[in-house]
Design a protein around this ligand. Structure first.
Ligand SMILES: *[C@@H]1O[C@H](CO)[C@@H](O)[C@H](O)[C@H]1NC(C)=O
Ligand SMILES: *[C@@H]1O[C@H](CO)[C@@H](O)[C@H](O)[C@H]1NC(C)=O
Ligand SMILES: *[C@@H]1O[C@H](CO)[C@@H](O)[C@H](O)[C@H]1NC(C)=O
Length: 469
């Protein structure tokens, strides 16, 4: 508590001294209904809780995971969004009764679709909360119909989708295999990162949950980086390594290798490549914006090394001095790789406290291809999974801080201006229902326009940029 008070004072002083070079008042504003920025809405009285979005490769079809339904929308026309078909997928009366009997609110018992992914050229895969008893299903992409599994039994959704529709999760498919971050039990306190639908010599893998590899996480998103053959997970969790503050939230990036098949004895059917690190959205001597809200990938410009891939994240703060504000930070893949290749903290198993390494480094945690390693090596990686260094933002500074906007989602794009130069553009969604378009210039971020996308402010669950449209 004492530390916290001290930190706040420092921050207030620095805050007063900080100069602002960015331009954060939108230059042009387009309220709802003004010409110049036409919007098309899709709305249907029997469709609600649209949470998951998936765009077809050609950008013409948007698949939407909603409440008790998956939609296929035609988004190829500029002036209208048209429903092609709606796939109903809801729990039976009996399932709903059981859900209510367990004491759950009736309105939370439908099937909220939370995983929607392309599996291969012919099938999609979806999972939903299904009356607090998660289920998955294959979807035939061409017919847009549910496919019964070969056994005729419903596909178990545990570990792939939360039970509770208010809990966040993340999912991504790579080569027909599903990688998920979610809680894997009814009570919502067994978080897990796992692989399902494993192919060939692969087996399904998960975390060893005896060691606290995750600490009450909120999953934000996951990303596949092909050059690394790694999946990166982004989430916030309790930062156990900071034992001076009660429940200090930290933002994290974690990784697993897609080639992982678990160990022979030690770490059997468990990840041998799991490692995590702190993502620090903070400029020197200021309090961090410690709670990640959303993050997106910007591939490097043509001809640039893959290590220049950037991740743009929106962060908020757990402290009241920064409440109502958001910061944007950019992280470079090269910096992330360096942190994971560096030293790791040591967990004292008796006290569950973290410290710096003093003994010899037996292996490189986070390295791909450890499945044939000795038990000794695997025990070492099992216990050394928190990188000692944190991932700092590009330039060790914040890309942008908004004093008065609470941003919830971000997408990004590189655009070429008339002068032939490339610029990075961010689209940021505010909680009051506006979309801000910001361009990143050398002297700071400029918000060049805002568009009102919703008449009444409402929580928005997802934002997706179509590069084709
Ligand atoms: C796609 O996956 C489904 C479900 O596993 C399978 O039945 C189908 O044959 C696969 N299609 C292709 C083209 O591999
Ligand atoms: C579903 O939508 C309704 C109406 O917007 C909202 O009140 C409810 O909280 C949503 N449920 C979930 C699980 O997000
Ligand atoms: C791993 O070990 C198995 C036998 O345990 C062996 O067949 C295989 O070739 C080894 N793989 C590598 C990459 O060394």
């Amino acid at each position: 508590m004492e530390h916290q008070g001290l930190l706040s004072i420092i921050v207030v002083i620095l805050g007063v001294m900080a100069t602002c070079v960015a331009r954060l008042t939108p230059r042009v504003s387009f309220p709802m209904g003004t010409p110049g920025r036409s919007l098309s809405h899709f709305d249907s009285s029997d469709v609600g809780n649209t949470t998951t979005l998936l765009l077809s490769d050609d950008g013409d079809t948007l698949f939407v995971g909603a409440r008790d339904a998956v939609l296929s929308l035609d988004v190829s026309q500029e002036d209208a969004i048209v429903m092609r078909s709606k796939l109903d997928w809801s729990p039976s009366e009996k399932d709903l009764d059981e859900c209510s009997m367990k004491g759950k609110k009736k309105t939370d018992c439908p099937n909220f679709i939370r995983v929607l992914q392309f599996l291969n050229s012919t099938h999609m895969y979806a999972c939903g909360t299904f009356a607090f008893s998660p289920r998955c299903t294959y979807i035939n992409s061409e017919m847009f119909s549910l496919v019964m599994s070969p056994s005729g039994k419903p596909e178990e959704g545990r570990g792939r989708c939360p039970y509770d529709p208010y809990q966040r999760n993340s999912a991504i498919t790579v080569d027909g295999e599903l990688y998920t971050g979610t809680v894997a039990d009814y009570m919502g306190n067994r978080p897990v990162i796992s692989r399902h639908l494993s192919e060939g010599s692969h087996v399904d893998l998960k975390l060893d949950d005896t060691l606290g590899w995750l600490e009450d996480p909120t999953f934000i998103s996951s990303n596949f980086v092909p050059s690394e053959e790694k999946i990166y997970f982004f989430f916030s969790e309790v930062g156990r390594e900071y034992d001076f503050i009660d429940k200090f939230t930290v933002s994290r990036i974690a990784q697993v290798c897609t080639s992982d098949i678990g160990g022979h004895r030690t770490l059997q059917r468990r990840w041998t490549t799991f490692a995590k690190a702190q993502l620090l959205c903070q400029s020197d001597h200021e309090l961090p914006y410690n709670v990640i809200q959303d993050i997106v990938t910007l591939p490097p410009p043509e001809g640039a090394p893959v290590d220049d891939t950037l991740f743009f994240g929106i962060f908020s703060s757990q402290w009241s001095v920064n409440s109502g504000q958001s910061a944007v930070c950019a992280f470079r893949l090269g910096d992330i790789k360096a942190v994971f290749a560096g030293n790791y903290k040591v967990l004292n198993r008796d006290t569950l406290r973290w410290s710096m390494r003093v003994q010899e480094k037996v292996a490189n945690p986070g390295e791909c291809g450890l499945h044939n390693a000795s038990d000794n090596t695997l025990r070492f990686v099992k216990e050394n999974f928190l990188a000692d260094d944190s991932v700092h933002p590009v330039g060790r500074s914040l890309t942008m801080v908004s004093p008065d906007q609470h941003y919830s989602h971000v997408v990004t794009q590189r655009v070429q201006a008339a002068n032939g130069k490339d610029y990075t553009v961010l689209f940021l969604l505010t909680e009051s229902g506006y979309l801000h378009k910001a361009v990143l210039l050398e002297k700071g971020a400029h918000i060049i326009e805002e568009i009102q996308v919703f008449e009444r402010p409402q929580p928005v669950k997802n934002l997706l940029l179509s590069h084709d449209h």
